[in-house]
Design a binder for this molecule. Sequence first.
Ligand code: SF4
Ligand code: SF4
Length: 303
Amino acid sequence: MKGPVKGIIFAVDETASHDGPGLRMNVYLKGCPLRCAWCHSPESISPEPEVVWYSAKCKKCNECSKACPDKIISFGRIDPELRNKCKKCRRMCLRACMNGALEVKGKETTALEIAEYAEKLAPFFRRSGGGITITGGEPAFQMDFTVEVLKLCRSKGMHTAVETSGYAQWKVFEKIAEVTDLFLFDIKHPDDKLHRAYTGVSNSLIFGNLARLIKKGANVVVRLPLIPGYNDSLQTVRETAGRIKETGVIKVSLLPFNPASAGKYSWLNLAYPLSCTKPQPVEYIKELETIAVNAGLEVVHYG
Ligand code: SF4
Ligand code: SF4
């Protein structure tokens, strides 16, 4: 007999409002095939649960290091080069830390557990026009879990959305499309060479999937995460708007740079790559939105 469909998640937010219409429950999945230079959720990249460190709580006692059989943790920090070795023990460092400075991000759950949890919020969803959004990480990376959660939620009348990088085989999106009311589809750069340099992968599969979703009649809002110095110039946004319009996309959301992820890099003992970067002024975002409108796109805002 087939067992429960399981997935690895690292967070649930029951009060989300920016990832689709109305009040939403966001479910954040572990695992992502991209390596964006500006990643907003570095704790989502690894598909496995992992130990993170909260510097503000750390008393620098180093009990964690004494407890670690492999000595890969020191004063709460795991050397990024050694992180993949952190699998062999039962979190001895967490047990040794008396200050709550260590935590595991990521836990296994079942699709049914998530759907039952979402169902408790269904009255709020109904009143606000909201629902459930699967995000990450990359939801397509855990296709079976994503599909099962959305299928169960939909069967209870909930609105379903998926936020995706678009980077997976078409057959994965074909399945997800059957149970999804809305795709929030990220486009990071129109130029393939620069896309590879900034994210580690080509954009051709991504644009191909976008065009196929549109052709299939899926409800898609393309999202442009605007990263200063990478993809937010007038010229780049003009090119991006032109390329997505060619695929048949109508709706687009422009996401101003959000510097809030800096602290998450310290959880993983990583340097934050955009430490001096500031969000774009509101007037500049409006100028970029005008470019999108002039390209024939409708600008959508959530939240
Ligand atoms: S989980 Fe185990 S192997 Fe990993 S750092 Fe903690 S004590 Fe060491
Ligand atoms: S993480 Fe915990 S055990 Fe390790 S040095 Fe900090 S306070 Fe001590």
